[in-house]
Design a protein around this ligand. Structure first.
Ligand SMILES: Cc1cc2nc3c(=O)[nH]c(=O)nc-3n(C[C@H](O)[C@H](O)[C@H](O)COP(=O)(O)O)c2cc1C
Length: 413
């Protein structure tokens, strides 16, 4: 894990807990953080005691547990804790807590500490846990959206068997996922004022008929990592990903696409309507679409709707798709938008690689190129080189290093 130079000792973790069956699961965060050497302090709503007692939380490693702002001798503890913490994690966050936080209510220890911590340029994370209907309740949807607009990170909920016996979405994410997100949030120097970043990822699919398509092997994993890490770094991120791509969890807005045409349409709409400072175009966009399907004798097979009959050979005619990268700036509401393009080559000749990167700068209107080469990628390795127009490469060993490099480079191009 990359730890910011600013943070000399392990960051202080402030865990806010509210009354859910997931309290037991969230308690394991305390022992894991303590094991790693973090100081952990816990603030609880009154109902937490129905699920897990303060003695248990202390036994797991919490150096203090506060559940009452008026407790004797702790009159200013809500402010002290807000100052002390390096990160504030509300887990589990009940529907009651989420709706209170979004309405500005501060009537107990958790909600008071939360408000006192807001605006101190510290990451604040909510980890919801609730029944599906409570999660879908309009007020909860609006509150989540509202809190995200205010720069709060809200983790998604998991799907599956719920404590109430129902099946659906609402489960609190597993502690391992929460720990990973917290590590990411702590891994960056937070620049204070975030940039608005649009990231595309995953591969487009071009339909042959209603059930078959031509696709590519892009999983969207790198782009998804970039989206989460740049959001964790304090930028306001929009994710525009293939509907089967690895999904990030931290962006403010999540949109999806299926085909080239969808992606083109979505990019145009987002760029025209919203102000973006940077577009990181990492999607693997098909260079072709299926323009016609012919039978063995060259006869045109009806339409691309429905299911083509099997048993005979078919000839697919592919038409070229235009390059989206070149058009991004022309669609952008912000004329000063910066564009990061990706270039994958397949050559061991360094000069040819550089020529491909130069071509992107000269012909695609990009400001930064992320290059990688098939010869250097294997299951255990995925290095990248980041180029600015000076064509001096910055090597990055993996997606996390790439995120940190882009975070820095975005400040200078
Ligand atoms: C057994 C049990 C489990 C509960 N689990 C949840 C839950 O997971 N999420 C939730 O939003 N509320 C849950 N509730 C309801 C909350 O505890 C209740 O709304 C409470 O007022 C929340 O208060 P707090 O947000 O101040 O902790 C549960 C209640 C009970 C009795």
């Amino acid at each position: 894990m990359f730890v910011s130079e600013k943070l000399k000792k392990p960051p202080g973790m402030l865990l806010l807990m509210s009354g859910s069956i997931a309290c037991a699961k969230a308690s394991s965060l305390i022992s894991e953080w303590s094991r790693r050497g973090h100081a952990v302090r816990v603030v609880c709503t009154r109902s937490v005691a129905e699920f897990v007692g303060p003695a248990t939380l202390q036994g797991l490693g919490a150096e203090m547990v506060l559940d009452n702002v008026f407790a004797e001798g702790q009159a200013m503890e809500h402010i002290n804790l807000a100052r002390w913490a390096d990160i504030i994690v509300a887990a589990p966050a009940t529907s009651n807590l989420i709706n209170k936080l979004a309405s500005g209510i501060a009537d107990d220890a958790v909600t008071t500490v939360w408000q006192a911590a807001y605006g101190r340029d510290k990451p604040m994370l909510l980890v919801p846990a609730m029944n599906t209907r409570m999660w879908r309740y309009p007020a909860t949807r609006e509150s989540v959206h509202r809190l995200q607009q205010w720069g709060i990170h809200v983790l998604p909920v998991g799907k599956g068997e719920l404590a109430c016996g129902e099946h659906g979405e609402g489960r609190m994410l597993e502690p391992a996922d929460i720990l990973q997100t917290v590590d990411r949030l702590l891994a960056f120097d937070r620049p204070g004022s975030g940039r608005r970043v649009l990231i595309t990822g995953g591969g487009t699919r071009e339909s042959i008929d209603s059930v078959r398509y031509i696709g590519n092997l892009s999983s969207g994993r790198t782009a998804s990592k970039l989206a989460d890490e740049l959001a964790a770094a304090g930028h306001v991120v929009t994710w525009l990903g293939a509907d089967d791509a690895v999904q990030p969890v931290l962006p403010e807005l999540l949109e999806s696409f299926y085909s080239f045409k969808d992606l083109e349409q979505q990019l145009r709409t987002l760029l025209r309507k919203r102000h973006y400072d940077v577009v990181i175009h990492a999607a693997a966009v098909s260079d072709f679409h299926v323009s016609s399907v012919e039978g063995e004798k060259g006869d045109l097979v009806a339409g691309q709707q429905g299911k083509l009959c099997s048993g005979t050979g078919l000839l697919l005619r592919l038409g070229p798709n235009p390059k989206l990268l070149r058009r991004l700036k022309s669609w952008s509401l912000n004329p000063a938008v910066r564009v990061v393009g990706f270039k994958l080559t397949h050559t061991e000749d360094q000069q040819q690689r550089i020529a491909a990167v130069r071509d992107q700068f000269e012909n695609a209107g990009v400001d930064v190129v992320v290059h990688n080469d098939l010869f250097e990628i294997d299951p255990g390795r995925h290095p990248f080189s980041v180029f600015t127009p000076a064509l001096e490469p910055i090597s990055c060993d993996d997606g996390s290093a790439l995120a940190r490099t882009l975070n820095r480079v975005m400040e200078t191009v």
